[in-house]
Design a protein around this ligand. Structure first.
Ligand SMILES: Cc1ncc(COP(=O)(O)O)c(C=O)c1O
Length: 394
């Protein structure tokens, strides 16, 4: 049988990558989202987590989660639609709607299912989805599942988007979908222009604010708050797996749209409810964000410290105001060497190579957490200097 031949071939490929030290996936970190993590017997500074506000290890969040497990058990063991909705799920949905300035919100089991389940329920055959070429895979899969016609526009290129909108038959229903913050380079979508074009060409707008939520805006409400545009898009989505301490995701919209999603979105209906304790985690994260607004300033100060330190050493950075710090390297083998040598020096980063970025623009993705101490960041920067000089990058 040839069915598994590709797996054997793939295993050989992976073995080769490991031998050349070009495989940085599925590494084990304990705990994964802490400032300092263990990798076997070694301790490393974590600059590869999306736990931007550091809330996954915040004592108040951990305690709220522990209490919810004691009270609700470990899982709801049913679809949300049947017996898997607890008062914590409902409370969180109301809270997220308030947080994002929408009439209502729906919580999905993962961020991936949120995007997939939202697009596929809202868009269908005959509709047109206009999607940024660098949108997350969950959006791509959502478009595929929707069966709608998909037009991919050049990354954050508003001239291209407008040209494509202008070519659409006016009577067709159109949905423009974009990430709020693009995860690899921290680029922020041009939402004011997207909003204006959507109005002109009568299209709906969906924003996947997975990386913006918690990381952007004066109170962490995300990319829409950053632009002063809260309540100005039709669907605002996010995930709990970055700044909100756990897994799961949400879509905020009107009451009618949210009710429709809850009863028509197949990834919502035919998958089990996320654990009640995860709802308690997110509720506690939102409480901490409300009660400790200095967290946002801390995240910004620490991100700027890292960007300034790297730039002064001579690293080439993609400009961004997010906690994502992309160090532009270019070729894949230098990126892998840099990630490996940083790991040896005690710093975890993510190497980013095609297809995640276009060929020739491979990069090291550093992500900053508010929970990293100045001493840890200073130590990490020293290691970047050592490795950068050794590899002739700076
Ligand atoms: C932009 C974006 N959308 C959606 C997702 C999916 O979210 P999750 O990993 O929480 O399922 C991610 C996470 O990788 C993401 O970066």
């Amino acid at each position: 049988m040839a069915l598994f031949d590709k797996c054997r071939e793939f295993a050989r490929l992976i073995q080769g990558l490991k031998e050349r030290r070009e495989f940085f996936y599925l590494r084990e970190f304990d705990p994964a989202a802490s400032s300092v993590v263990s990798m076997g017997a070694r301790e490393l500074i974590m600059l590869g987590s999306n736990n931007y506000l550091g809330l996954a290890t915040h004592p108040r969040v951990v305690e709220a989660t522990r209490q919810a497990v004691a009270e609700y058990g470990t899982g709801a063991c049913s679809s949300r639609v049947l017996t898997g909705t607890t008062s914590l799920h409902a409370r969180l949905e109301r809270r997220l709607a308030e947080f994002k300035g929408t009439e209502d919100a729906v919580v999905f089991s993962t961020g991936f299912m949120t995007m997939m389940g939202t697009i596929s329920a809202i868009a269908g055959k005959g509709d047109l989805v206009l999607s940024d070429e660098f949108n997350h895979a969950s959006i791509v899969e959502g478009c595929r599942l929707a069966g709608a016609d998909v037009v991919v526009y050049r990354h954050n290129d508003m001239t291209d988007l407008e040209e494509r909108l202008a070519k659409c038959a006016p009577e067709r229903d159109k949905l423009i979908v974009t990430d709020g913050v693009f995860s690899m380079k921290g680029t922020i979508a041009d939402l004011p222009r997207i909003r204006a074009l959507a109005t002109e060409y009568e299209a709906a707008v969906m924003v996947d604010d997975a990386h913006g939520t918690g990381a952007l805006g004066a109170t962490g409400r995300g990319t829409l708050e950053h632009f002063g545009m809260e309540g100005e898009v039709d669907l605002i989505c996010g995930t709990f797996s970055k700044s909100l301490g756990t897994t799961g995701g949400f879509t905020g919209s009107t009451l009618d749209v949210v009710t429709f999603l809850k009863l028509q979105s197949r990834p919502f209906i035919f998958s089990a409810s996320p654990p009640p304790s995860s709802m308690a985690t997110v509720l506690a994260c939102l409480d901490v964000m409300r009660d400790e607004p200095e967290l946002f300033e801390r995240l910004r100060t620490k991100s700027e410290f890292v960007k300034k330190g790297l730039a002064e050493m001579g690293f080439r950075l993609e400009p961004t105001v997010t906690p994502i710090v992309p160090i532009l390297i270019g070729d894949d083998s230098t990126v892998f060497r840099m990630a490996g040598e940083l790991e040896d020096e005690g710093v975890v980063v993510n190497p980013v190579v095609p297809p995640a970025v276009p060929p020739g623009s491979s990069l090291i993705r550093v992500s900053v957490m508010a929970s990293l101490s100045d001493e840890e960041l200073g130590r990490a920067l020293t290691k970047f200097g050592i490795v950068g000089r050794r590899l002739g990058i700076i």
